[in-house]
Ligand binder design. Sequence first.
Ligand code: GLY
Ligand code: MN
Ligand code: MN
Length: 444
Amino acid sequence: MKNQQTAPESLYGELYRTHLASVCARADKALERADCDNLVVYSGAPPMQFLDDQAYPFKVNPHFKQWVPVLDNPGCLLVYQPGRRPRLLFNHPTDFWHKPAALPQAPWAEAFDIVPIPNLAAARAHLPDTLARTALIGELPLKFGQVNPQSLLDSLHYHRAFKTGYEVECLRHANHFGALGHRAAQASFLAGGSEFDAHLAYLQACNQREEELPYNSIVAIDTNAAVLHYQHLERSRSTQRRSFLIDAGANFNGYASDITRTCSAHEDDFAMLVSGMDQLQQDLCATLRPGADWADVQMDTHLRVGHLLREADLIRIDGEAAVAEGLTALFFPHGVGHLLGLQVHDAGGFLRDESGATIDKPPGQPFLRLTRRLESGFVVTVEPGLYFIDPLLEPVRQMALGRQINWNRVKALRPCGGIRIEDNVLITETGSENLTRQAFAALG
Ligand code: GLY
Ligand code: MN
Ligand code: MN
């Protein structure tokens, strides 16, 4: 595995053909639900910035990239008419201001009729004669029978949780590139680099530009690690640093990894806590199997975080009581994970079935992003955390609950911000496979 341009040929053989057959079969079902005959998926095009001639970075429609790994060419359309070869209307203008995308040559392209089009207006001639029974996913100035029909999207989103073999391979590659980036970013931090330096090291090592990443990386030194979605990149190279948290993923053929690692600059109490959290996270991953209820996994995480807080002498009551009193929620205030795939927070986490019926979050679990029971073929993130967040902790200092917190220990560890460890896990027939740990292990 070198970079995206050198994906192994094997990816596009049987694996891709089976994937495409599955995407077609899912489209058939979804079209039936929406009472439509044909499907058109628009890649999208980047919006312009306000009062400017500059566009925002292009983010391709996730439905489009599930059909074809074309991520960087706006203005393309996928046309699917059941029983016929799918058609890719490929934006291929004559342009001397920009370099037109090369027509796809990779073996996956053999499964499509590829039609170069000079502009969107030229697409009409290659769409079904009448669009009255054609559904569109995306936005186009043409009169389609249905545009983004909910019944069609619900069906596709429900089935999207079950990854095809090709998708699992793409997610493995995305983890490989993410692991390369993480290793380099951590080395940069340990060598004295700033958040910005670590970010650049990450990009360089995973060979992706910032806008290609599946989400904005969180690169946090010291107390910045207590900000869950910390969004800045400080340039300062303070010598007095304590801790480093990086939540960053990579992209492969449009599939995302979503990985977090935390480390301490010293062999100290915080390093012990990180190591406790790392073990907790691996123990949690080991419990995952088909049938597991994600709401139970969330509760189990709280209990484990409660035990760790007690072990680390951060609280004065045991793990069970800490969960019952709401103490763990002050240190671990987010969901334990979510579906992962074409989008970092992949669609369909609450769908009961393909009809669009949903499964409610249980009371008291507002941060759940997945209420479905796990099934073989799902890929989820597992991302327990433990943070020292002033806006959550300070309000309870004078309350009865506050007496259960060892404030001296909090004071000692607060400068380190917090810890999150996040892996991407494939649910298998018998248990699970940790794609992220495998990717790091393979780097040696
Ligand atoms: N990186 C966003 C998340 O972990 O969900
Ligand atoms: Mn993450
Ligand atoms: Mn995540």
